[in-house]
Ligand binder design. Sequence first.
Ligand SMILES: [Zn+2]
Ligand SMILES: [Zn+2]
Length: 138
Amino acid sequence: MSTQDVRQLLVEKGISASRPRMAILNYMLTHYNHPTADDIFRDLRTEVSSLSLTTVYNTLKLFAEKGICLSLTINEKQVHFDGHTHPHSHFLCNKCGKVYDLPQPEIHLDASMLEGHNVTNVHCYYKGICSECMKKSN
Ligand SMILES: [Zn+2]
Ligand SMILES: [Zn+2]
């Protein structure tokens, strides 16, 4: 994605395209490993000299509100962010802390089971030991 495309995506969502926002969005669209605000700040701080951790965090919150990225609360210790916004599930490894993508299972609740609530999104979180960590412990 070009700088122009990144700018266009922000403008389409009604977000003014500042340099930090463009850098963070570009990062989210090139790093699909569910980074935290700390990860992004660490990787971008030399490239964007005016960047602060607060700016990174507030920008990610704004992106999540606008549907540009997902904010994942799978890990109670830190929030992970995801540039993939299509419906999918997540797996957290309790050992290495990595967050993996998994397909979204088909869960269907009849209207009668929803007690009048209007569901707008569904998050499925799985936790355990990832295949990499399983290999290492064998
Ligand atoms: Zn692991
Ligand atoms: Zn994901």
